[in-house]
Write a protein that binds this ligand. Sequence first.
Ligand SMILES: Cc1cc2nc3c(=O)[nH]c(=O)nc-3n(C[C@H](O)[C@H](O)[C@H](O)COP(=O)(O)OP(=O)(O)OC[C@H]3O[C@@H](n4cnc5c(N)ncnc54)[C@H](O)[C@@H]3O)c2cc1C
Length: 448
Amino acid sequence: MSTLVAALRSVVGDDHVLTDSDLRATYETDWLRQWTGTTPCVVRPGTAEEVAGVLRACAAEGVAVVPQGGNTGLVGGSVPRRGAVLLSTQRFTELGEVDARAMQVTAGAGVTIEQLQRHARAAELDFAVDWGARATATVGGAVNTNAGGSRVVRFGTMRAQVMGLQAVLADGSVITQLGGLPKETAGPSITNLLVGSEGTLAIVTAARLKLVPWYRHTAAALVACDSLVHAVGLLPKLRQLPSLDAVEVLLPEALQAACKHLGMKPPIDPASAGAFVLVDCAAHRDPTDELAGLLSSERGILAVGAQREQLFTIRDHVTIAIGALGVPLKLDIAVPVLNLDRVVRAIRGSLRELAPNARLIVFGHLAEGNLHVNILDAGDAADALRHLVLTTAIDLGGTISAEHGIGVAKTEWLERLKGPAHVAALRAIKHALDPAGLLNPGVLLPGD
Ligand SMILES: Cc1cc2nc3c(=O)[nH]c(=O)nc-3n(C[C@H](O)[C@H](O)[C@H](O)COP(=O)(O)OP(=O)(O)OC[C@H]3O[C@@H](n4cnc5c(N)ncnc54)[C@H](O)[C@@H]3O)c2cc1C
């Protein structure tokens, strides 16, 4: 290992190879404190050429590499395993000039989503993908997990924002597609292949990203619904709003947990409804009246300015509040919206039977049928509950990962979800691009 460390130092410089256990510690445990590993060293390259040098040095010693951005991933994919070298993208912080004509910008893989949003807004534009971990999560992580968040209903996931990438393949070769052409038919898109690949096919060093208009006028509503069925029933009329920017759902336990964590009185009594829908509108002109008009027959509150900010602070703190309560069984499923109520009923039923003392906290992105299912204190029933939730999602035409990825948490479920032919094709691609299995082994593909 000392030969490898010396080789890495010669590639990136002494300051960027961290071997001290105190310095390595934060890289070795994930945000959930659920996955922990050890790495001989954290290496922080600053250029694509340095990444290539790191990969070649690791390949020469037969040592695997785990890429890590903000380490906010929730499926254990960014934590070192079995003595792999941890490659941090922290030094890829370059932000190019905003091209307002093309509405695009080039961002380094280590740029945080918040830095990107600020940069775009300084040029009167905005970045479309947004979620609670924005201050820490990076462009490279978002590309590799195909991050979603709250604005997918309007702008799509990360995949829809990526115009091109610069990426270093396992053999050290560098692919650069940062021209940002909106049209090109020149074979399959390697950029598309890399989006959502969870660090298993290449190290992304930069991305050419779409920007969207920055809508300064906003209005939100928190609607108290009798049930999830009622909440889903709002979607057809909400989708008629040209300014519709987000449609989130919080079951009462989620509203309660976030408000308690923040030391805040809930804006509506959580016990007074079966589900809460948080609707956000954003436009170049004040959307308050159109939102109020559309929801006039519903029970809830309309919020603008600081009050709207407060609603989103609550929304952003649900995951944080759950994390403060313990390490949950955390599942990120999506089903066709008509089946949302069936999923939650099935989970509640199983909890009564298998873990009556466990605590269920559910919230998510209503328009995409995406629920974050969190079960605290599942104890010995955790495996059975995971099986129940994921099987129910698949059987109802859904997925086991809507936005967090497969990571190390759900590899054995991939084939059940996608079928053997799909997994075999993914394995063939992996083998072609990374024959020695150097990049993030154990993530995404079962038995890898
Ligand atoms: C409070 C909170 C709220 C969240 N809410 C959402 C949400 O609403 N929507 C959502 O989609 N996610 C959400 N997440 C999950 C997380 O923020 C996203 O998955 C995010 O995209 C991870 O980015 P990261 O930079 O932290 O990546 P990491 O956690 O460091 O890595 C994630 C994966 O990408 C790989 N990777 C990272 N960078 C690179 C690179 N440059 N090249 C190759 N591979 C790389 C890693 O190996 C790993 O497999 C939330 C997380 C938290 C903590």
